[in-house]
Structure formats: C-alpha cells, structure tokens
Design a protein around this ligand. Structure first.
Ligand code: FEO
Ligand code: CA
Ligand code: CA
Ligand code: CA
Length: 593
C-alpha cells in the first residue's frame, strides 16, 4: 500500500485522503454501495417515491429519514441473509419538502408546517426492519420480506419496568400509564444477545411546545431536560406534544425502546428500568456470570455515562426466557476519579440520597428523573457522552465524548476547557468483568488536528494528516475486538474535512493511531457503523447529507430545490438529496480492514 501498514497496527488498508466534496469515498480495494435511501420501498406494494407529492400514507410504507443506528440480525445464522434494523432519528424539513424555504438576503425562513407535513415528518421518524440478502457479493433489500416493518412516531408501544402505570406516566390519552404512541429522535441503539433491537430516544425535548400549567409538579424535571424544545410543530396538530394540553406526555419519552424484529406484530416496549435521559445508544455484552450489561451515554453537555446490569442471566437456549430481562436490574452512573479509578454508583431507590426526603418516592421516580438522581450521587459530568461500547474479550469499554465548548473547568476525565474536538476514554472494568462496580480508566486519545499545537490532540505520531478526527460519536468493536470510530461535526469551516469512519488502534506500539477508512458527502455525519460477525460487510448510515449550509465550493444555502451542495446519492436534479444506508465490502470478498 502507498500508505503502508503502521508498525504494530491491527489494521492494513490504504488510507482515504481526508477532504470534502459531493460524494463519499472508501479505501482503495473496497466498494461502498448504497443499499437503501429515504423513500425506498419497504413492502412489495409500497408506492414509488414521489418527492413532489409525498404523503403520510406513502411515507409509512417507505424508508424513513436520517438513518442513524444500523444493526444486522442474521436469519437462521446465515452470514448473507438477515434483517437490517435502522433508526430514523429526525427530519430536515428544508431538505425534504419543496418550496418551503424563502431566502431574503441573510434571512432564511422555513414555512410554517401544515398538518399533512407534520404527519409526514412523524411517519419519517422511528425505525425500519427490512430483510436483506447478499447475492454475488452485493447486498439487496427484499421488499417481500415477511418481517419488514415501519415503526413511526404513531406506532403503539407498551411501557414496561418500574415506571409502568405510575401516575407521572398517565397522560390525557392513556389513563393507565402503560401505553404510548410512537418513539422519537432515536439515535444510536443496540442488538441484544437474544436478537432484539433497542432504540435510544435522544433529543425528545425538541418535539414539545407549550407551557406547563402554573405550579405543575413536573416543572423542575422538564427544565432539567430542556422541555419544551420547540424544534418541531407537531404540538400544533397533536395535543400530546403540547405541554399545556397534556402535561405528562413528555415523561413517556426519553427511554430505551426494545423491538422484536422477528415478529412484525410485536408491540415495542419502552424499558423504563434503563432510565430516562437523552439516550445515545445501548450496546451490550455478557458479564462473567451471564448477566447482560448495557452501556449508555446521555448526550448533552455535562451529562453522564450509565450502565444497566440485568438481574437475570442470558439463556442462549431459550429466546423467550430473555424477552423481559430488561425490566429488572440495576442502573448505574459513572464517577471518574482524578487518580484514574472509577466507581459505578447504583441508582436504587432508598439507597444513599435517593429517598422520599429528596422527592424519590419509588424506583419509578428514580428512573423518570435519572439525571437528578445521578446529580445527587455526585456522578462525573462529562463532555457529551455519545456511544459507549464494551469489548467483552478483555472487559474494556470505549466512551465517545464528542465535545463541550462550554466547559470552563477541566478535570482528569474531561481534561480540556472549551473542548471543541472531544476525546475517547478507555475504561478497564475490575477483573475484566463488565458487571464490576469499580474499574480504572484512561484517555485513549484527545481529538483534533495534531498539527495545531493549541488543540492539544494526542494521536500517535504514526497518525497521518488524514488519520486524525474530531467529534467522535458512534463507534463499533468488530469481531476481532478492533475499535472503529464514526464522527459528527467535522465540517469544511471547522476542520476542512467531512465526517467519516476511522480505524483506531488500542494496543501495543500502534495504540492511539487512527486511519481514515471512509468519508461522507458534504454536510453529512456518519452514523451506524455495524460490521457483520464474519467481518465482510460494514454497514454505515449517511445522515443529513447537504445540511448545514457549507459554502465549500461556492454553493449557497442548501434547501430542497435551491443550490444544494450535493444531491447524493442520486445526483439527479429531479431528486432531493437523500440520507441512505451504505454497505461497504472488500472487492475480493475478504475481511474488512
Ligand atoms: Fe443523535 Fe448524540 O447524537
Ligand atoms: Ca445524529
Ligand atoms: Ca449519535
Ligand atoms: Ca452527535
């Protein structure tokens, strides 16, 4: 290779040149093929995508917007046939709908929503289950797949675990506190050992409008979460998203949602035992004794890193026996000490400060206000925790901390003030056991451009000018235990490069060396990354291409039929730019990386 193997590295591929343009780019010798795009058919009888005449009914049967988490569940153990599960985190109206953006000098206005537009937005949220098959080395969707499914912001779901039925979970529409319509802003997620898909409800506050009634008991709880965020207009047409009309509905969002993709009629369950906050994802692995450990980030400045340890153990011989494992267990929050040790603090009602005197009458109160419970336990406020992934082989855990430009005081675990580029922490759980309640930690890398001294980045000296990254967000540990990092926030104006997927050495002489494997089109971030167990396919999600108004080659302000910075992936003037899931394979069919 031109940029040959780094001494001691577990990776061996020719690095991509960092930069920015209208297309995506993968390492030489690999193919990056678009597998499914916004608007593509999910069922054999789905309507064709007609972007000028989109409807709620059509969107409910088509692939949703802004693909984020991607998981693959093999069918009958096959490496080349299975279910792809995808989160649709949010919608970009200015890129989706023609004729709604007005530009007047520096003034950019997006037209007020109609009810039909809001309903299309709601149908473009949620998730997709779609059967896929690899034939002659190329993946294709199977629209006839019997398990294909769209989940939206209107899909009926059950509320399970300690908050189910609690008075604070009872809404105008659901007096039982056990049923809720839909899931919103699902960011990263996970596949459980028993083959279910869990979705993390992240910035749910943005969907609510209106003011709580005066002196409402949820006022402090909602303020802690930034409610109402008023980023969407759904509450103008659906009362449950208006706090003045349905004050408790917002307590019914901000959870992890478990879906059984093998049963298209199954009712998704909001698993309240895992706490309510702005969930990034929840990747899991088995502890030494067979309990299952889920790692979670709360993605906001100065929020926390959590893990959930099931009370029961995983039964590999009886799938049904595992289906409610997520309802009982212990939720912990992390305290990172200055000496490199750490403690997982249990969020258990009645223990320590989590008592009635502090407003926690039961475990339901603890999980509904997980952030306030974590404050009282004196967990460590972090620089925006995103994905957290365990390596079950050695009990190490990687924490992506994306950035925090508001930090004024550094500490050992968040060592930079005005942290613009983020960092990655490596935890070593005590005894290599993921269920341990203590461990040690160190910083794997402080991110940013190592050539700019004041940035203070700490990539290895073997890292090239293409290899460094900023704003780590999602990550993947592959079947060999190797770390891959995807980014969100690199942009021409900020770093002269787009987001992408980097291979990151964690051991030996090459530790701290990063190499660019794939990069996205202008305006996009890279989500998903999910490598199949046989290591021959890397699924990645290209989210919000053309967003952000980057003036990288003289293009103006991106909106539907304005001067878009890219029309990836169709490059057709009659088509909008479209988020899409991409399958990366090696041209010789071999192992990736
Ligand atoms: Fe949806 Fe934390 O990124
Ligand atoms: Ca995102
Ligand atoms: Ca993310
Ligand atoms: Ca992010």
């Amino acid at each position: 290779h031109a940029q040959g193997k780094v001494e001691g590295s577990v990776f061996d591929f020719a690095e991509v040149a960092a930069g920015v343009d209208a297309d995506h780019h993968v390492a030489e010798g690999y193919d990056a093929d678009v597998l499914i795009r916004w608007g593509d058919k999910i069922f054999a009888d789905s309507p064709d995508f007609d972007p000028l005449n989109q409807s709620e009914a059509a969107q409910e049967r088509q692939f949703g917007y802004n693909n984020d988490y991607v998981g693959f569940i093999p069918l009958e153990g096959a490496a080349d046939h299975g279910l792809l599960v995808v989160n649709h985190e949010y919608t970009n109206e200015h890129l989706m709908f023609p004729g709604i953006v007005t530009v007047n000098g520096d003034e950019i206005t997006v037209a007020a929503a109609t009810e039909e537009r809001v309903n299309i937005e709601m149908a473009a949220h949620g998730g997709t289950v779609i059967e896929i098959r690899k034939t002659d080395g190329k993946w294709q969707v199977v629209p006839e797949g019997a398990m294909n499914r769209r989940i939206t912001a209107k899909t009926e779901m059950a509320i399970a675990g300690p908050a189910a039925g609690h008075a604070r979970m009872q809404s105008v529409a659901d007096a039982t506190g056990t049923k809720v319509l839909g899931t919103i802003n699902d960011c990263a997620g996970g596949i459980t050992p028993w083959g279910t898909w869990i979705m993390g409800e992240e910035n749910f506050h943005g969907y609510f409008i209106g003011a709580l009634p005066a002196d409402h008991p949820e006022a402090a709880n909602y303020e802690r979460l930034g409610l109402p965020g008023e980023n969407y207009e759904w509450g103008r047409f659906h009362d449950r998203f208006d706090l003045s009309k349905d004050p408790n509905e917002a307590n019914r969002h901000g959870w992890m949602v478990e879906v059984d993709p093998l049963d298209p009629n199954s009712v998704p369950k909001k698993r309240t035992a895992l706490g309510r906050f702005k969930h990034e994802g929840a990747e899991s692995a088995l502890a030494a004794d067979g309990r299952v450990v889920f790692y979670m980030g709360d993605d906001e400045r100065f929020e926390y890193v959590y893990k959930f340890v099931t009370a029961g153990t995983y039964n590999p011989d009886d799938r049904a026996a595992n289906m409610d494992l997520l309802d009982e267990g212990t939720l912990y929050v992390a305290r990172f000490d200055e000496d490199g040790s750490m403690t997982w603090l249990p969020l258990v009602h009645g223990e320590g400060p989590l008592t009635a005197e502090n407003g926690f009458e039961s475990q339901a109160d603890v999980v509904i206000e997980a952030r306030r419970a974590a404050d009282l336990l004196e967990a460590t406020p972090m620089d925006r925790p995103e994905d957290v992934e365990p390596n079950p082989a050695n009990g190490r855990v990687y924490v992506m901390l994306t950035n925090n430009t508001k930090r004024e005081e550094a500490n050992a675990a968040n060592p930079r003030v005005e942290n613009a580029f983020g960092h990655v922490i490596e935890i070593q759980e005590a005894g290599g056991d993921l269920a341990a309640t203590t461990g040690t930690w160190e910083i794997l890398v402080k991110c940013g451009d190592p050539a700019i001294a004041e940035v203070g980045a700490t990539f290895s000296t073997a890292t090239t000018e293409n290899g460094w990254f900023g704003m780590p967000d999602n990550c993947a540990i592959d079947a060999d235990g190797r770390l891959w990092v995807a980014t969100d926030g690199n942009a021409p104006g900020k770093t002269g490069r787009t987001d992408g997927l980097w291979a990151m050495d964690t051991d030996g002489a090459a530790r701290g060396t990063s190499r660019l494997f794939y990069r996205v089109p202008v305006g996009a971030e890279l989500c998903g990354p999910f490598m199949t167990a046989d290591m021959t396919t890397f699924f990645v999600a290209v989210q919000h291409p053309a967003d952000g108004g980057e003036d990288w080659d003289g293009h103006g302000r991106p909106s539907y039929y304005e001067d878009l910075s890219t029309r990836w992936p169709d490059f057709d003037d009659s088509m909008p730019v479209r988020p899409a899931v991409v399958a990366i394979t090696r041209q010789d069919g071999g192992r990736i990386g």
